[in-house]
Ligand binder design. Structure first.
Ligand code: DC
Length: 221
């Protein structure tokens, strides 16, 4: 069976990475988390201590070497030789990533890397603009979403499990803010491609959503 490109887009907390990882594992495809790439650029920028300018961020995004390795069930992210899997999930990175990912030069550099990683097929790529900008000809496009309440609740349980203190209302507010920033930015805003399959996972389990996607691939899309 020919290995295709599967694009999964949607807002923060819709379950994209969990679903994308499962779909990739079931099909023997590679999983590429493009949000992690924007987070990596943000981390390196914050560490630099330099002021936020488009020129500096564009240069940084062009130079940075981001790679992924799947080891022991964990999708590890590297910048050069340094593993940044945990560091890119910090609150500080989450707070700044929308601004960094809105810079045109940063997006150009990341999109070029994403195309070269995925062009041969056999990839599940998740993000905000995969079906609209990165691979507008992807054979299968999914727009995965869920209500803000459900997404906040899922994140709340995740963080509680890690022993982190969180306020549900605060989470809801932050998720809604990030949605707004991602949907209204000038370049590559988050939107559902006209030929994407719209999946609302509010009342579906992870396995149900995974099955719906895998079934489509098995049926030849
Ligand atoms: O999926 P995530 O929360 O790790 O994504 C982090 C940020 O990166 C998110 O605020 C939007 C941005 N992003 C993007 O602009 N384009 C993508 N393809 C993926 C993520």
């Amino acid at each position: 069976m020919k290995k295709i490109i599967i694009a999964i887009d949607g807002p923060a907390g819709a379950g994209k990475s969990t679903i994308a990882r499962k779909v990739a594992a079931r099909l023997g495809y590679a999983y590429i988390d493009t949000g992690a790439m924007y987070r990596a650029v943000t981390l390196v920028f914050l560490r630099s201590g330099k002021p936020f300018t488009e020129a500096f961020l564009t240069d940084l995004a062009k130079q940075i070497r981001i790679s992924f390795a799947y080891q022991d069930g964990v999708n590890r992210v590297y910048v050069g030789n340094e593993e940044v899997t945990e560091a890119i999930r910090s609150l500080e990175v989450s707070r700044n990533v929308s601004a960094v990912s809105a810079v045109g030069g940063v997006r150009e550099a990341m999109v070029a890397q994403q195309r070269s990683i995925g062009e041969k097929g056999g990839v599940v790529m998740d993000g905000r603009d995969i079906g609209t900008v990165v691979f507008p000809h992807a054979q299968l496009k999914i727009f995965l979403t869920a209500s803000v309440e459900e997404r906040a609740h899922r994140r709340y349980l995740e963080m509680k499990e890690k022993g982190e203190a969180v306020d549900l209302d605060d989470l809801k507010k932050r998720i809604a803010e990030r949605d707004h920033l991602d949907e209204t930015r000038e370049i590559a805003p988050l939107r559902c491609a006209s030929d994407a399959v719209y999946l609302d996972s509010t009342s579906l389990s992870i396995d149900e959503v995974t099955k719906q996607i895998v079934d489509r691939v098995m049926a030849g899309v």
